[in-house]
Every structure is written in C-alpha cells, then in structure tokens.
Design a protein around this ligand. Structure first.
Ligand code: DC
Length: 208
C-alpha cells in the first residue's frame, strides 16, 4: 500500500503524513528532508547551490542516517532545498531511494511535491493537501515565533509565495496535482479535523 501526499509548504501535509502513517501502521518518509539534506551537504562542502556537478555528487552520496538532523528544519535550509530541487540530476539521484522506501510492506506514506506524479505514479491513494497562502504563512509564522525566530508575518508570506512559484514553476517534476489525486483543503481545518477528513478520503478510496 502506497499513500502519496503532495502539497505546498505549510499546507499541513507533513503532520498529516506522519499521523496517517501511524494510524495505518506504515512507514513515513518526508521527502523534503532529502532535498534539505542535499542543500546542507552542499553548503558544508562550500559549494554554490546551483553547481550541478557538486549538487549531483551531494545527492548521490547522501547518507539517509543524517535525515534526523534538527538543523534540516530551519527555514533557510527549506529555501536552499527548493533551489537544489530544480536540478534534474539531483532529482534523478534521489528517485531510487524514494521508490525503495515506498515498496516497503505493509505500506508507506511519502510526502513531498512530486510523489503522486513522478515518484509513485501508481500509488494506491494520492492526496493533494492545500490551504490558502495567507493561512499557510500565518501557521509558519506562528511556528517560527514559538521557536524564538526573529521573523515578521510579511517576510514569511513573501518567502512562501516565492517558494510556491519556484516549486510549481520548475521544468523537472514541478509541484502539480496528479489527475487522480484527491484534494483536501485545510484552510479552515484544525489538524484533528484535517486528519479525520484525510482518513475518510483514504478509506473511501481503498473501499474499506
Ligand atoms: O517539504 P519541504 O518544505 O521540506 O521541502 C523543501 C523543498 O524541497 C521544497 O521547497 C521543494 C523540494 N522538494 C521537492 O522538490 N520534491 C519533493 N518531493 C519534496 C521536496
């Protein structure tokens, strides 16, 4: 069983993916961490984010045991990840790891931008999670503020809009809604309600 969850930054897809995986007893992979780790490793090697050869090398030599590094969640790393994610060689190098993960029994949940379209086009269930951009920015702003980060709402909003445009506008595997994806808009939903709605959609799709 493969559940593919895509959507833009701060849509709630990461939290939903973890909750859904726990509910069904499946493994969960936040694929954004892979791109974040490539950006981290490139920076650590002192290489520019748009150096194709260096980025490909970083993706090919990525150590999955370093994906629990807390620093990967920093907003600046997310921005950098969105830049390296435009490079086709980076995306190609990360594909096999994601597909192997998805093949695990009894099932796997993967969340990202291109899971239902490119990584797992034959997924049993595809969800596309979205929310209005102001609401997403507000959520991200509150999260950063609670961590003591010196940010303004306007800056977070501008950053999220720029990231959406980069992720949806790139040539290779852009963020897009798969034809057979089920849509879930979390604009007016708290996490519990969003989780209930997502499980309802999944159960209906798999006929349980
Ligand atoms: O989901 P996230 O914010 O951790 O993702 C960081 C960046 O990684 C995102 O802006 C684009 C890229 N990404 C991608 O291109 N494809 C994925 N499947 C997941 C993330």
């Amino acid at each position: 069983m493969i559940i593919a969850i895509d959507g833009p930054a701060a849509s709630g897809k990461g939290t939903l993916a973890r909750r859904i995986a726990a509910h069904f007893g499946y493994q969960c992979l936040d694929t954004g961490l892979l791109y974040r780790a490539v950006a981290r490793d490139l920076r650590a090697a002192g290489q520019p984010l748009d150096d194709v050869k260096a980025a490909e090398w970083a993706a090919k030599s990525l150590d999955p045991s370093t994906l629990d590094d807390h620093g990967l969640r920093d907003p600046g790393v997310g921005e950098a990840a969105s830049v390296v994610a435009k490079i086709p060689e980076v995306r190609a190098a990360l594909l096999a790891f994601q597909r192997d993960f998805a093949a695990q029994e009894p099932g796997a949940v993967l969340d990202g931008r291109d899971i239902g379209t490119v990584v797992c086009p034959d997924a049993d269930v595809k969800l596309f999670i979205n929310a209005n951009v102001e609401v997403r920015a507000r959520r991200r702003f509150e999260e950063l503020k609670s961590r003591g980060e010196p940010v303004t709402y306007e800056h977070v909003l501008d950053t999220i809009k720029a990231r959406d445009a980069r992720d949806a506008g790139r040539a290779d595997a852009p963020m897009t809604i798969a034809d057979d994806a089920l849509l879930l808009d979390t604009t007016d939903l708290a996490i519990e309600a969003a989780f209930d709605a997502a499980v309802g959609l999944i159960m209906r799709k798999i006929g349980r």
